[in-house]
Design a protein. Structure first.
Ligand code: ADP
Length: 384
């Protein structure tokens, strides 16, 4: 019978009112007394822990270190907190671990040394802290995202304003010139001249329309507002439409070579996205190629994909700038004399990738570029 059993009434009286678990061990690390909070915390019945080794409430992986800590603590014999900033765990009878905090109080009674451990189950506090950390993390991310969006929006606005003043001015002044000249050609014999100016106006209006559409497209992509319609359609319809529009932009002697193997081809995809991407590629091919060159549209079917390529004999893209070509607003240094916004390729690629297809290119400066759209054959008809 140990002293605590002997003095059990006094010990129990003192310890039972405490919500912390009390565990008393002797120098052989044998548990000599507990209160009911400790028994409940570790999942034992009344007095079940008495006589057991202290290690039965410590997870196995700490056993080897624990012995050393215990004896050096006994030697110093002073009151302290356990763990020193380390996370401590207790082991329940059913094998479950839980986080604890423990204070150790050595004392001597009737010539025997003991340690009283005051143990607190800090699961709730830990969860609360973890939840709080998680909430703070989530809120910080939301704020950073919002800030990022705000920054992008500001960048877009600034970009838009500088474009309005730069990219819009040139076509608008050509439109103004053509309109002014048009009013001067009054004779019926001057129809050819009138047609020329009407065509200039049409092409410049188209140019402005493209820039505006690009901006709207960026905004819709940003806001996740894009709706795609996946349907089967004849490939020739899209190519005809895009080539028809592009013809108006051709420079002297430039020609577009149409693929001769698309007549019967039916593609299942979002028709508008394909038209947007293809028209962007074709307009670039025209814009970044000199007069008297040919632009080829090549169509290939593989086992898994439809492949559409636009090949030009133009200025090409400098090697060291190729990795940025799909970045929004990026324009290669050799392209700066031409009008442009650096948006077209970026949005085409994003739209195509949203639908599981790809856009890639190969290019050599002063030789030409090949842009490739690859559409998987297996895209299912849906309206998203
Ligand atoms: P934009 O043509 O309005 O500048 P894009 O996003 O369509 O914007 O193209 C981004 C950049 O990629 C261009 O500014 C140009 O530097 C380069 N580029 C695109 N297509 C071609 C091409 N066919 N030949 C050479 N450079 C090209």
């Amino acid at each position: 019978m140990n002293v605590f059993e002997k003095d059990s009434n006094i010990f129990q009286l003192l310890s039972e009112g405490i919500s912390e678990g009390i565990i008393l061990v002797n120098t052989s690390q044998e548990i000599v007394a507990t209160n009911s909070s400790a028994e409940e915390m570790f999942g034992y019945k009344k007095n079940e822990l008495i006589g057991k080794a202290l290690e039965c409430i410590i997870p196995r992986r700490y056993h080897h270190k624990h012995g050393g800590h215990f004896s050096s603590f006994m030697k110093k014999s002073e009151k302290r907190k356990m763990g020193h900033g380390r996370d401590l765990s207790g082991l329940r009878k059913n094998g479950e671990e839980f986080p604890v905090e423990a204070g150790l109080n050595p004392f001597t009674l009737y010539g025997q040394s003991y340690v009283m451990a005051l143990v607190t189950d800090i699961t709730e506090r830990k969860n609360y802290t973890l939840n709080l950390e998680q909430t703070v993390k989530e809120r910080t991310k939301q704020l950073t995202d919002a800030l990022e969006k705000e920054k992008e929006l500001n960048e877009l606005k600034t970009r838009f304003l500088s474009l309005v003043s730069h990219e819009f001015k040139t076509p608008l002044s050509s439109i103004l010139t053509s309109v002014t000249l048009l009013s001067k050609y009054k004779e019926s014999t001057q129809q050819e001249k009138r047609d020329k100016h009407v065509n200039t106006i049409k092409s410049k209006v188209r140019q402005l329309d493209t820039i505006l559409n690009d901006f709207l497209s960026v905004e819709r992509l940003e806001l996740g507002k894009v709706k795609y319609t996946i349907e089967a359609f004849p490939l020739s319809r899209v190519i005809n439409e895009v080539v028809y529009d592009a013809n108006m932009l051709l420079k002297t002697g430039q020609q577009i070579r149409y693929p001769d193997n698309v007549d019967e081809v039916v593609v299942t995809f979002d028709e508008k996205t394909l038209a947007l991407a293809l028209s962007n590629l074709l307009q670039n091919a025209i814009k970044y190629s000199p007069e008297e060159t040919t632009i080829k549209i090549i169509f290939t079917i593989t086992d898994d994909n439809f492949i559409i390529q636009v090949v030009d004999e133009g200025i090409g893209i400098p090697k060291k700038q190729q990795k940025h070509i799909f970045d929004r607003y990026f324009r290669a240094e050799n392209a700066l004399l031409n009008q442009g916004t650096g948006i077209g390729l970026n949005i085409s690629k994003q739209h195509l990738e949203n639908l599981g297809s790809t856009l890639s290119f190969e290019s050599q400066e002063n030789v030409g570029s090949t842009f490739t759209i690859q559409i998987p054959k297996t895209i299912k008809s849906t309206t998203q």
